[in-house]
Write a protein that binds this ligand. Structure first.
Ligand code: ATP
Ligand code: MG
Length: 334
């Protein structure tokens, strides 16, 4: 059966990296790709950064591949998360051999492989804030239901990866009620799934992610901790140009690079397409197209090993040259 995939290129380098990712996956799955508008340019044209017909397209689609939105990013992505109930943010942290040498960054690790599952709808980003005279405050809401469903996603991922442990990152020694509930519910869910429950305080986790990242496998954590830890982890495996993400719920999945619209390099054809190609890999996995997903991931690894990379990784290739290489390398594998 052919999939219907909603494609939202958006602004800046969004359309360039999306073109590259589609070039790679098009020959590998039976799908209809339907383009929708969203972002700054769309807002200028239609007076709305996320028009009804784009929203409708996302509702109908089997999956969504998203590029980037500029100034309107918060409106677009936050709204999509709410409308489609995309409560889990999934950020794989996976190194590729050769990356440390390519980037020249001593902290880059070629050998790490873990995944961060961040709760996407509550916690410190609930948006319930206020000011009273000279005092500002925010409400940190953590619910049993919200925690239960994110913990289940982490357990599903652990099972898919063949891991037996889920690691909960929290700060329950200080935030006894909110983190206390998060920890308690995660522990209950993880153990009821027959998996082992591990835990770290977030400060310790931040340190070990650099010094001993091999400690981690599947990490589940509340909203803001996940936001911060996943950027730290992205640096560990080569930075923004390589970091993919998925926003998933019970029915919908939206996949996008972690980076934004990068206006400074837009239109030059030099944007690194790996983050978006790897987001498409996550989408393929989520759809159950594991063989195609693995072929593309290995093809990205080959491009990195061969030095077929854009200028941000020290190469001299254009976005579409990299895409062409990855497409051919992936096709050779299926
Ligand atoms: P936005 O407001 O849309 O987030 P930004 O200016 O914050 O835009 P980001 O996309 O977050 O830009 O990128 C931050 C920096 O990283 C920019 O200098 C950008 O050029 C670089 N960068 C981001 N993504 C890529 C990529 N895919 N390839 C190469 N460089 C990138
Ligand atoms: Mg940015």
């Amino acid at each position: 059966m052919a999939y219907k995939i909603a494609v939202i290129p958006g602004d800046g380098i969004g359309p360039e990296v999306i073109e590259a990712a589609l070039h790679v996956i098009e020959p590998l799955i039976d799908a209809e790709f339907v383009e929708g508008e969203a972002g700054d340019e769309c807002a200028e044209k239609h007076g709305d950064p996320l028009p009804e017909d784009t929203l409708e397209l996302c509702h109908e689609a089997d999956a969504i591949l998203f590029g980037a939105a500029g100034e309107t990013a918060a409106d677009v992505i936050v709204r999509l998360r709410q409308e489609l109930d995309l409560y889990a943010n999934i950020r794989p942290v996976r190194g590729f051999p050769g990356l440390r040498e390519l980037t020249g960054e001593p902290y880059v690790r070629d050998d790490v492989d873990f995944v961060i599952v961040r709760e996407n709808t509550e916690g410190l980003y609930s948006g319930i804030e206020g000011r009273f005279r000279d005092t500002a405050y925010t409400l940190r809401i953590i619910t049993e239901e919200g925690t239960r469903r994110i913990a289940e996603v982490a357990c599903d991922l652990a099972e898919e990866r063949g891991s037996n442990t889920v690691t909960c990152v929290h700060k329950a020694n200080v935030m006894r009620e909110t983190c206390g509930l998060f920890r308690e519910v995660c522990k209950e869910v993880v153990e009821s799934r027959g998996l082992e429950f591990e835990e770290y305080y977030v400060d310790a986790a931040a340190m070990f992610m650099i010094t001993e990242p091999e400690r981690f496998d599947v990490v589940v954590t509340p909203n803001m901790f996940g936001d911060i830890l996943s950027d730290e982890a992205a640096a560990l495996v080569g930075g923004l140009g390589l970091a993919p993400s998925g926003n998933v719920g019970d029915r919908h999945g939206l996949f996008e690079p972690v980076h934004g619209s990068a206006p400074d390099i837009a239109g030059k054809g030099i944007a690194n397409p790996f983050a978006t190609i790897l987001s498409a890999v996550m989408m393929l996995e989520w759809l159950g197209e594991d063989e195609a997903a693995e072929a593309v991931r290995e093809a990205v690894g080959e491009a990195i090993r061969e030095g077929v990379v854009t200028p941000d990784l020290g190469g001299d290739k254009k976005t579409m040259e990299v895409a062409e290489f990855v497409r051919e390398a992936a096709l050779n594998r299926v």
